[in-house]
Design a protein around this ligand. Structure first.
Ligand SMILES: [Zn+2]
Length: 258
């Protein structure tokens, strides 16, 4: 059972109990409000933290990994900057996973093909990456997933099974949509915040602090800043004897349908 259902059941039981108690005791009105506030806080926390698996099961690392293997993932491409990312990955013999936006693949089909030609893995990152994605209906999410899967299939003959929700936001509609489309939801356990933090050294430090075998790092192949961070990161990983693998190799979950 999903965690949000447990919390909802708990809150409903608490409200019923409080209501029953109010016949015998002086139950303060704000105790009901407190239960509601708890539910609201849990819902907001759960929907914005993919790792909690609050609404939908998501894969964020492989805690059983004993070898020095790690997966780097890039969101929001393909983008002209992806070319520099690919150059670096090739230079360090590192493999990565790219969660591509459908509308971006349409803009840069050649870059998209290069990602696959060089042995990396791709996943679905919605078609529009709309700021309102978290408010989309189940059908609208299904449509976006299918649209991007169709674009990927047209260019590569691959049926993508991985989906990373834009902004890592999950909710019941997204949970219902991926149940319909049979996508695996892929998160991360090492968020670089490379789109929010300006200082490259700070981003690198943050990633290093959160590094562990079996981890999934989140970066964005959309800025020169991240390319610079990536170069330092790959140097560091090489010095620590880490092997950069694709997410399907890390999790043993297929990225494409046969
Ligand atoms: Zn994104």
């Amino acid at each position: 059972m999903l965690k949000h259902r447990n919390i909802l059941l708990f809150c409903i039981s608490a409200i019923i109990t409080l209501f029953a108690l109010s016949f015998y005791f002086d139950v303060k009105w704000w105790s009901f409000l407190l239960v509601f506030a708890f539910w609201l806080a849990m819902t907001i926390f759960g929907s914005s933290n993919i790792k909690t698996g609050y609404f939908v099961k998501s894969y964020c690392d492989n805690p059983a990994e004993k070898e020095l293997k790690i997966a780097i993932s890039f969101d929001d491409g393909p983008h002209p900057m992806t070319e520099k990312v690919l150059d670096l990955l090739g230079q360090y013999n590192a493999k990565a996973t790219f969660f591509c936006i459908g509308s971006q693949i349409e803009k840069h089909p050649d870059i998209f093909k290069r990602i696959l030609d060089e042995g990396h893995v791709v996943g679905n990152h919605s078609y529009s990456h709309s700021n309102r994605f978290g408010f989309f209906s189940t059908q609208k999410v299904v449509d976006e997933l299918k649209q991007t899967n169709a674009i990927i299939e047209r260019l590569s003959s691959k049926k993508a099974l991985y989906f990373r929700p834009p902004f890592g936001v999950t909710n019941p509609n997204i949970a219902r949509a991926v149940a319909k489309t049979n996508h695996h939801v892929i998160g991360w356990n090492n968020r670089s915040l490379d789109t929010a933090i300006e200082d490259e050294a700070k981003i690198l430090k943050r990633v290093k602090n959160r590094m562990a075998p079996g981890g999934i790092i989140l970066l964005h192949d959309t800025s020169l800043k991240t390319v610079n961070v990536l170069e330092q990161l790959l140097l560091f990983l090489q010095s620590k004897k880490y092997q950069c693998v694709t997410i399907d190799a890390l999790l043993n979950i297929p990225a494409y349908e046969n």
